[in-house]
Design a protein. Structure first.
Length: 400
């Protein structure tokens, strides 16, 4: 039915490597105002199922992702049960097969129960896990991380690290900066992040495994990873739109501004932007981490860490970086679609997403498909609206 239609639509980031068919897009869209991208890929999301389905489910999380233009996501393992065995991972895989509207690739944990004490049977989990991570907790033991990296190298898998030194947290919950001092909050120092990255990079040089750093937020983290790449270390990293757009000068006394790692200083934010521009930072990941409205209504100190981001990520990056001339649209597609797939071995040809880039809208969490509504961008006016996302041969999202 579609093969005789010659729609005048733009495609960005589409190459023979992606091997996508756009007949379905051409059947619906006949104007240059529509732009077709390869489906986006987020390697760091929390869908909360199993164990915390009152916050999010595989179904609602994947629907939110599709609305944001994603056709592939990787789900983090801080669940109940933790995917630290084939049986426990199977619980999540069953839910994915039943309810996911896009491709969902689960992580397995590095240690049992993410407690940092006993290494999981990585060989047993390797076939079904996209990578290994104890996200939400840093692996504190040097020897444990060395063992994990050694086994990951043998299996050809990635270690994706949430880097955080527990002894340096000291009960903090926002950045240890000017806002914390002015408002009497306990701060999280930057060294708690970059100190563990420095340790891990030394281990990677020694062992030679594939290593990925989750949600970097400090200027020192950027510097360490930049220098390691120049030495040929097998490392990639991600950051989130919120760390590139906001800093601790934008904080308010609301739970929707609380995430881990926290919003850092202006200097940190500028270093992250520089890392995006020079290729030190490889990809954009949202760290989509929904909680109930009641949980996030407890303010900065008492609400849990985490904000949602799948439905606004591309619009935020497009509005703040492409429309302002900081990034090219092609570079943004690399960061959100191409690079994550290359690093994590996720197929390039799983679908596409169609956008109206000039359409302006106001962020309203009440309209989210996610069960989580906490976003620091509530009320912001953004450009770019997703019209349709196709995953495989099925429409995963279509705007009203």
């Amino acid at each position: 039915m579609c093969k005789n239609i010659n729609a005048n639509i733009n495609t960005v980031g589409i190459s023979p490597e992606t091997n996508l068919s756009f007949d379905l897009a051409k059947a619906f869209f006949h104007s240059p105002e529509y732009v077709v991208f390869p489906g986006f890929c987020d390697v760091h999301v929390h869908f909360r199922e199993p164990g915390f389905s009152y916050k999010e489910t595989i179904k609602t999380g994947s629907m939110a992702a599709a609305r944001g233009g994603y056709t592939a996501v990787c789900t983090m393992p801080n669940l109940k049960p933790v995917p630290d065995s084939k049986e426990n991972l199977g619980v999540q895989l069953d839910a994915i097969r039943k309810d996911a509207v896009i491709n969902v690739y689960p992580y397995a944990s590095i240690t049992k129960m993410e407690m940092g004490i006993d290494l999981v049977d990585m060989a047993e989990l390797a076939e079904d896990a996209v990578a290994f991570s104890d996200d939400g907790r840093g692996v504190q033991s040097d020897e444990m991380m060395r063992r994990a990296m050694t086994e990951a190298k043998r299996l050809g898998k990635i270690i994706a690290a949430h880097c955080e030194i527990n002894d340096l947290l000291r009960g903090g919950y926002i950045h240890d900066g000017e806002y914390a001092k002015a408002h009497g909050h306990r701060g999280i120092c930057s060294e708690s992040e970059y100190g563990q990255i420095a340790r891990d990079l030394k281990l990677v040089e020694e062992i030679g495994c594939a290593y990925h750093v989750c949600h970097i937020s400090t200027k020192e983290s950027v510097e360490l990873i930049r220098a390691a790449k120049k030495r040929g270390v097998n490392v990639t990293c991600e950051t989130g739109p919120h760390y590139l757009i906001l800093d601790d000068g934008d904080l308010r006394e609301e739970g929707r501004f609380k995430m881990n790692p926290p919003l850092r200083s202006k200097e940190d934010r500028e270093a992250l932007v520089a890392g995006i521009l020079d290729g030190t930072i490889d990809m954009i990941a949202t760290d989509h981490a929904p909680h109930s409205d009641e949980e996030k209504a407890r303010g900065l100190e008492n609400s849990p860490f985490g904000i949602v981001g799948l439905e606004t990520a591309f619009s935020l990056m497009y509005t703040h970086f492409v429309k302002t001339g900081i990034l090219s649209l092609e570079r943004l597609v690399e960061l959100m679609a191409i690079n994550p797939r290359k690093r994590f071995g996720i197929p390039m040809d799983d679908g596409f997403t169609v956008w109206k880039l000039d359409e302006k809208y106001k962020v309203d969490p009440k309209d989210f498909l996610s069960m989580g509504h906490a976003t620091p961008f509530d009320g912001d006016e953004l450009y770019a609206r997703c019209v349709m996302t196709v995953c495989g041969d099925k429409i995963a999202y279509k705007a009203d």
